[in-house]
Ligand binder design. Structure first.
Ligand SMILES: [Zn+2]
Length: 239
């Protein structure tokens, strides 16, 4: 039997007993009936907190598709104090950007440790998914207000929490690299993540030509930055 012929036996929601249909590569599964989420990796079965996010009114009339993103709260510490004086850095370099101020604040502290909330895709991405201008990054530097909504159909969560924590680290280092202009002086310092808690946020998106637009802030992402947009869409429309 070719791998494409493998059909998964539908999972049964542990909370309400209804059958759940997921994608072949999905690791986190969502119940559109009771709103439960659970992660199945190797031999582990774990409940996942999930919030179905209400779209902003101005976007609510579009045909919405929900895509899963991890929200990860992480403590970040810098092992050794970088050899710079934060007060010597020109203010135009330490722009108003929330992330830069986070870093600047961290560096000012005697014991550099702080918390940060990351938004990382749980849906599979291609190499078109660029770190600097996609919703995950933009939500991370400027978090949207998340209002809870009733459960929706959602599939396509291919990244486990473990994967997502790694993605958050990469994002942190990448943003740091792009904001530092060589002046933040973190090179050579160990950046340590202490993952604290996580949940999945079901984010509404709608189609606009070759793009998907999020229904919270209107950030755009190329459809082909997702690994399987057409498959995800087909699955969501079948239900
Ligand atoms: Zn259920």
């Amino acid at each position: 039997m070719a791998t494409t012929d493998i059909k998964l036996i539908p999972l049964r929601c542990p909370d309400c007993g209804i059958d759940i249909e997921s994608g072949e590569d999905d690791i986190v599964h969502f119940c559109s009936n009771c709103g439960s989420g659970f992660e199945v990796t190797r031999d582990k079965f774990k409940k996942v907190d999930i919030i179905f996010v209400k779209p902003k009114e101005e976007f609510a009339n579009n045909k919405l598709y929900y895509l899963p993103m991890w929200q990860i709260l992480s403590k970040i510490s810098i092992s050794k104090k970088p050899n710079i004086d934060i007060n010597q850095i020109p203010p135009e370099i330490l722009s108003n950007d929330r992330f830069t101020s986070f870093l600047a604040g961290l560096l000012k502290k005697e014991k550099p440790i702080d918390k940060m909330l990351f938004f990382v895709p749980a849906f599979g991405v291609t190499n078109r998914y660029q770190l600097m201008d996609q919703p995950g990054y933009l939500f991370t530097v400027k978090p949207p207000k998340l209002e809870s909504d009733s459960p929706k159909d959602m599939v396509g969560a291919e990244y486990s929490l473990e994967d997502a924590v790694e993605l958050a680290k990469v994002m942190f280092l990448s943003i740091q690299y792009h904001t530092d202009k060589g002046l933040m002086g973190l090179q050579g310092a160990d950046i340590i993540f202490y993952y604290e808690k996580a949940r999945i946020a079901a984010i509404p998106f709608y189609e606009e030509g070759a793009m998907l637009v999020d229904g919270l802030k209107g950030h755009k992402i190329f459809k082909n930055a997702l690994k399987d947009w057409e498959k995800i869409k087909a699955k969501l429309e079948k239900n």
